[in-house]
Design a protein around this ligand. Structure first.
Ligand SMILES: [Zn+2]
Length: 179
């Protein structure tokens, strides 16, 4: 008798074990960096009743959905519709993803890995330059005229005003043209 019970438990466990490992991929509400972009992981049950991990970005109209085979798809809301594209660049989402606290620690030890410098005119025609960190997703911008430097996210509110909402933004070839 005990043996039969053991078998019944073993059979019942195998399908749910697979879905459990997918459900445990991320921490709900956890902060991560995806390819130089800060994202938040959310597990959401869709209309079809299937749960999927979604990585929310700083752009409310743009997110990434992770499938159980660890591929990522980008979701971009356009009006009332939604454009879905498979990201083929990475074998697995974890090739480009790491927990934010791990990335921040790494930058604290080794310094930020800044992108090439980008330049732009502000709304008041004051030129500014900016870079993002490929590891932790931080941004820094500076105004050469008065040698002023701002860092995102520490100076988030001021950056939003000074760049008229241009920064912070999504980075890199995978998601950078989202907005
Ligand atoms: Zn960094």
């Amino acid at each position: 008798m005990p043996q039969i019970i053991m078998e019944a438990i073993a059979t019942r466990q195998s399908p749910s074990a697979a879905s459990n490992s997918y459900q445990n991929l991320f921490v709900e509400g956890g902060y991560y960096v995806f390819d130089g972009n800060r994202v938040i992981a959310r597990f959401r049950i869709g209309r079809n009743g299937v749960g999927r991990w979604r990585l929310e970005t700083i752009d409310p109209g743009f997110s990434l959905v992770i499938t159980p085979d660890l591929r990522s798809r980008k979701y971009r809301g356009i009006g009332s519709s939604c454009l879905v594209q498979i990201i083929r660049k990475f074998e697995s989402v974890f090739d480009a993803l790491k927990p934010l606290d791990e990335a921040v620690c790494n930058c604290a030890q080794h310094g930020h890995a800044w992108s090439p410098t980008q330049s732009r005119l502000s709304y008041a025609d004051a030129p500014y330059s900016w870079q993002w960190c490929l590891v932790c997703g931080a941004e820094q911008l500076w105004f050469p005229e008065n040698a002023e430097c701002l860092m995102w996210p520490a100076d988030a509110a001021e950056i939003a005003v000074r760049t008229a909402g241009f920064l912070p933004r999504l980075h890199g070839p995978v998601v950078g043209r989202a907005s």
